[in-house]
Each structure stands twice: as C-alpha cells, then as structure tokens.
Design a protein around this ligand. Structure first.
Ligand code: PLP
Length: 383
C-alpha cells in the first residue's frame, strides 16, 4: 500500500512567507527614487523559494521585469501568463535561440556572434527579438568589454530583427569595494555616452543588484535595479546600509527531532568520530541531513533552535540525520520542531549565521535546499 504524500507529516521543510515577500518589494520600491523600475531576479527557482509562487506574488506587488537564468526557467515563468517581460541573464545555446520568439523573451547580448544569431532567429520567426546589451565594466564574465560597447551597440541598431530594450552592467564587488564599483559605474556611463543614438530614457538602464543599491548615486541615467537577495529579506552583507529598509526574512528552514538518547562521556558521535563527548550528553537526532540541504560543512559548527534554545551540532552532518546536543534543554522529545534557519520563541538563527557556519553565503544556502524539502507557503491570512 502506498502512503499518499500529502497526508504524511513534515520531517524537514522550508516555510516561505509570501506576505513578507510582497511587503519587502513595496519597502524596497519606496526607498528608491520613484522612476526606478524593479527587475525581480527570480532565477534558480526564485533562489530556492519556488518560482511560481514567488513570481506571482511579485507580479501582484508590481515588479516591472523578471530576470531568470535560462530558457527552461523562462518557459516555466511564462506559464503564469503572457505579457510579463522576462529577461534571460545567461547566454543562450544556439539551439535555444528560437525559443526567444516562442516565449516572448528578452536576451542578454555580449558579442557580435550573438547579434548575428539572434537577428537570424528573429528573421526566421518573422518578428523582432528584444535584447539587453550587457557591458563588461570589470566583472569579467558576460558582456562586451566596455571599450568595445559602441561597436556592438551599432551592430544591434543595424540588425533589422533586433529591438534594443535595455542596457546593463554587473558589479563584481559592490559589497566590498566601493572604489571599484564607482569605477565600474563610470566605465558604464562613459560607454553609454560613446554610443551614438542610444537613448537611455527609452531603455531599461540597470546596474545595481541588492548590494549595489546602497552605492547608487543621486542623479544618473540608471532607471532600474535588479533585486534578488534583498527581496527575500536578506542583507547582502553584515553592515549593509540597506538594514534601514527593514525587510523581513521570507524563508525559514525547519526539521523535527527523530530520536532523543543519552550517551556516556568519552563516546564519539557520527561518521569519522570527529567529536568526542566530554560529559554525559543527551543527543537529539534530527530528521534532516545533507540530502535536505544542511551542508556537511556545518558539522561541529552550526547551531539549531529547539524550544527556543540554541543547541550545537555534534559531529558530522550525515545524509538524512544531524545530531545536536540537547543536554541543557529540558524535556526534548521525538517530534519537537527544530529551527535551522528562522525564529522560535524569541530566538533567531539568520540565514547569514547558518551560511557562515558552513563556509558559504546565503545565495548558495538557498539554492542548496533540495527537492526532498517541501516548501510550505504562508500568506498574510496564515494559510
Ligand atoms: C546579473 C545579475 N544581476 C542581479 C543579480 C541579483 O543579485 P542579488 O541577489 O545580490 O540582489 C544577480 C545574482 O546573482 C545577477 O547574476
């Protein structure tokens, strides 16, 4: 007999607060100049939060453009309806070019080869393909090198089946290197000045991601921001000025206690015997491991919340279980809820702390929560 999965209790799950997401979007918008358009970065399944739920809520909140990584993500987003502008941030493979017209997408263009290919795709489809010209001002990844941008802009302008909809760049270190970010901005603006006929007011002109926003100058031709992390209520770095915006966390990560038991002093815990107990210890074995997205690097380092108290991880995180010390927490029992990231009884473990304890960053933590973990959506009605 198979058990219907909807009737099974949750063992390890993520809670996504969609009402907080929408409040965040509105707060971010309100903190920006009124003309600034909002590009919602929802690649990688909306940073692991779930593309459909997140994008639908951001559409409702008034996002102007959605940015995804690839055609597969764009096709999934297009299922929500026609008309929403979608920008592909990654380069296309030649076999993917035809989907731009099929799904009504904008492509990122970095090279003369792409101009030629996408113009041909537009001709084959009998319609213009929308493109954003990307300028490499020092990221060293996508984009035409800023000194060569005028030539590429001219070839886009001359391509009968391309329609320039935007122009953008991407910062390499907006959270760490203000001087280099300012240099990237100058290179970008200088490149735009050298493109004859380019009319910024008619295009999406964007550079800033979450961390970039706080380095944004007053008057400038920038008229859009690309927001990923911040809309999920996570600051791009610890001392971010964006803390004033007071966004709320959207994501929390929870599991439950599967077993509680006592071990004597001197015994060791988990694979590789990396932890020797120095006192008689009550351990709780949690119903989540690295197959759920609790990084192995968190072994012997992370903490979790049980009954609102911090409990340290003991020994190595394993595929399906993680072991924590609950000696100092009274009455822990099988089935109790455990917070890996989030709040419980007035205590909190932020995703930034959780990520630091696993030598990683919040972006990677969110993308590492696996398919086995159900996403439970909360709305303002608590449903
Ligand atoms: C090109 C581009 N723009 C914007 C973003 C959003 O960045 P953040 O999540 O820091 O806001 C990303 C994220 O990786 C990106 O690759």
């Amino acid at each position: 007999m198979s058990v219907p999965t909807h009737s099974l209790p949750l063992r390890c799950w993520a809670e996504i607060d969609l009402a907080a997401l929408e409040r965040n979007l509105r707060l971010i918008r309100a903190s920006l100049p009124a003309h600034m358009r909002y590009v919602a970065v929802v690649k990688a399944d909306a940073y692991g939060h779930g593309l459909h739920h997140v994008a639908a809520r951001l559409m409702h909140g008034g996002a102007d453009l959605f940015a995804v990584a690839n055609v597969g993500e764009a096709a999934a987003l297009r299922e929500l309806g026609p008309g929403w502008p979608i920008l592909l941030l990654s380069p296309l493979l030649p076999e993917e070019d035809r989907f731009l017209a099929d799904y009504d997408l904008s492509a990122t263009v970095s090279s003369a080869d792409e101009v030629q290919r996408l113009d041909a795709a537009g001709r084959a489809a009998g319609r213009k393909i929308s493109v954003h010209l990307k300028i490499d001002t020092g990221m060293g990844r996508l984009g035409v090198w800023h000194e060569e941008a005028p030539q590429l802009h001219a070839s886009i302008a001359a391509a009968p089946y391309l329609q320039l909809a935007g122009v953008f760049t991407h910062f390499a270190s907006p959270d760490e290197d203000a001087a280099f970010t300012a240099q990237q901005r100058q290179r970008f603006l200088a490149a735009l000045d050298r493109c004859p006929g380019l009319r910024p007011a008619e295009l999406f002109v964007h550079a800033d991601n979450s961390a970039g926003i706080e380095t944004m100058p007053g008057a400038s031709p920038f008229n859009a921001v690309r927001v990923g992390l911040l809309q999920f209520g996570i600051l791009p770095h610890q001392h971010s000025l964006l803390a004033q915006v007071q966004t709320e966390p959207v994501f929390s990560f929870r599991t439950r206690v599967g077993l509680v038991k006592r071990l004597p002093a001197g015994s060791t815990v988990s694979y590789g015997r990396t932890r020797t107990l120095t006192r008689p210890t009550t351990i709780a074995v949690l119903c989540g491991g690295y197959a759920d997205g609790i990084p192995r690097a968190a072994s012997n380092r992370a903490q979790v919340l049980i009954h609102g108290r911090r409990c340290p991880v003991l020994g190595r995180v394993t595929m399906d279980q993680t072991i924590v010390d609950v000696t100092d927490v009274p009455a822990v029992a099988c089935g109790d809820e455990v917070v890996l990231v989030g709040r419980q009884d007035g205590a909190e473990i932020t995703i930034t702390e959780f990520s630091r304890n696993a030598d990683t960053i919040p972006w990677e933590t969110l993308c590492s929560v696996t398919k086995r973990v159900p996403r439970i959506y909360r709305t303002s009605l608590g449903v």
